[in-house]
Design a protein around this ligand. Structure first.
Ligand code: BG6
Length: 506
């Protein structure tokens, strides 16, 4: 598909950015280096960047973890993770040896400041050895309760005092609610400036999500139609077939609203609703997202029941296999009131989107794994006589983010056999054979100092502000907890949410 800009090219060239983006020599210090995320995502992404020459020419990667490991055992661990998770079709031994030569390991109790002094020595020795001018990227792939301690200890020990630049990458969740997010941010802001903090939302690394920045300004068709004059409603769905898996301890406290809605889905909403000028850089995107999120109409508690649906999965069947209900899952209490599904109607009160409902839904144990955005256009577009026939459907655009990556247009065309006008789908797929993974794009951006696809504090705070009354309404049981069968598309109540406005989920 030639018309749709592929974000990989865009990112690499950085052609629309005013900022000078450069890959500079760096010490990459990875906390949580023996954890699951490092194994599944971070090492494979770094390896892929290495293969395509998108790592700085001088890089020292220091894994930090609780376990005591020798450098060699750690390198073996990295190698195993690549064998299992790398998307490279085969691992070339010579290249692998070179890649592994960047790595070393340091065992550390992250809550104790003493160990950081030894870490500082290791970092400095390697900086001298590799000729790295004290540029330090700290990646915290750790559980949220350690984030503050690590940030503080980095500064206390001198690791955070660099002659070059420093960046801090943090994984989600950022807070458990508005207050805890604000507290965390307050503490972090004593240690790092906002420009140095890179909050990851892996949805922002997905190539089709990154493409959202280019749809309206790069395609005049979309640009003209992307507003309340033509759009009837917008639907954002992220459905999953997996259940709670082995994460009950975390998920039963978080629910779909914290796990997916407050971050990934709200980010999709901002990215979809952005209205960008011709020239796009990091600040433009950041400001536009801020404008959108700050224009979200807040819900009063008494309005929540009519605008937010929460539900929990019961037993059912997925891909011909019987699966248990949420309350039967390991680690979940038999009377858990946790939401595994959420759907909501939101309004953006700005001049572009006033009057257009945005419907969002996400859930576990649903019929299919799929993330998509549907822009449904108004009936006015078919006011021409030719479009008055029965079969005609209003135009809609579907942006599929996962598992496929494509844009589909549903339009009306004349069928030459029947001589009637009928709806047809036109699909454009932007997936190239060597499509980068989200973590590759995000790490590449962090290495060269581009935070456009990272989450800024004002976005985190504004999304929590919107979500907070909903959390309270859930806690106070002001919103019923519906049930849905595993393998369905959620509870009937989520369908009724749209039916009340004369729409249906597409
Ligand atoms: C994570 C959530 O952030 O995103 C998981 O914690 C969820 O519960 C996952 O399964 C979904 O990501 P993706 O990329 O598979 O849609």
């Amino acid at each position: 598909m030639n018309e749709v800009m592929i974000s990989q090219d865009y990112n690499i060239k950085g052609c629309n950015s005013n900022k000078k983006l450069r890959l500079e020599p760096v010490s990459f210090i990875l906390f949580g280096a023996t954890g699951d995320l490092a194994k599944r995502k971070i090492f494979p992404a770094l390896y892929q960047l290495f293969l395509v020459n998108r790592l700085p020419h001088c890089i020292s990667i220091i894994g930090v973890g609780r376990k005591k490991l020798s450098d060699d055992s750690f390198k073996m661990h990295v190698k195993d993770s690549l064998n299992e998770y790398s998307r490279a079709s085969n691992i070339d031994e010579m290249k692998l040896t070179k890649f592994l030569s960047y790595f070393s390991y340091q065992g550390l109790d992250v809550t104790e400041c003493e160990g950081y002094t030894i870490l500082l020595d290791t970092v400095k020795t390697r900086e001298e050895h590799f000729g790295i001018p004290e540029n330090r990227l700290f990646y915290l792939s750790v559980s949220p309760e350690y984030v503050q301690d690590i940030a503080r200890n980095l500064n206390k020990s001198g690791l955070g005092s660099t002659k070059g630049w420093r960046r801090l990458i943090i994984e989600k969740p950022f807070g458990h609610d508005l207050q805890t997010a604000q507290e965390l941010n307050n503490k972090l802001s004593h240690e790092f400036n906002e420009e140095e903090i890179y909050r990851i939302d892996h949805y922002l690394g997905k190539p089709m999500v990154q493409n959202l920045e280019s749809y309206d300004f790069a395609n005049s068709l979309f640009r003209e139609l992307w507003n309340s004059k033509y759009v009837a409603n917008v639907q954002i769905t992220a459905s999953e077939t997996v259940g709670v898996e082995e994460r009950a301890g975390y998920y039963d406290q978080a629910g779909a609203i914290r796990d997916m809605f407050q971050n990934h889905l709200m980010q999709l909403l901002m990215m979809t609703a952005m209205n960008l000028p011709n020239k796009v850089d990091e600040d433009v995107i950041m400001n536009e997202k801020r404008t959108i999120i700050q224009s979200l109409r807040p819900l009063q508690k008494f309005e929540i029941e009519n605008n937010v649906i929460r539900a929990q999965y019961g037993p059912g069947e997925i891909l011909n296999s019987k699966v248990a209900g949420y309350r039967e899952e390991l680690g979940v209490s038999s009377n858990s009131h946790n939401d595994t599904f959420i759907a909501a109607r939101l309004w953006i009160d700005n001049c572009t989107w006033t009057g257009v409902p945005f419907y969002i839904r996400t859930g576990k144990r649903m019929k299919e794994k799929s993330t998509k955005i549907v822009i449904k256009f108004k009936e006015e577009l078919k006011s021409l006589d030719i479009f008055k026939e029965k079969m005609i459907v209003p135009l809609h655009v579907v942006i599929t983010i996962n598992p496929e990556e494509k844009v589909s247009l549903k339009i009306n065309m004349k069928n030459p056999l029947t001589n009637t006008t009928e709806p047809i789908n036109i699909d454009f797929s932007s997936k190239s054979e060597n499509q980068p993974e989200a973590y590759e794009l995000l790490l590449f951006d962090a290495l060269r100092g581009d935070s456009r696809f990272y989450v800024h504090w004002n976005e985190v705070e504004s999304t929590w502000k919107w979500v907070q009354p909903v959390l309270e309404a859930f806690k106070e049981n002001l919103v019923p907890l519906h049930h849905y069968d595993s393998g369905s598309m959620g509870p009937d109540a989520a369908d009724s949410l749209l039916e009340a406005d004369g729409f249906e989920w597409i």
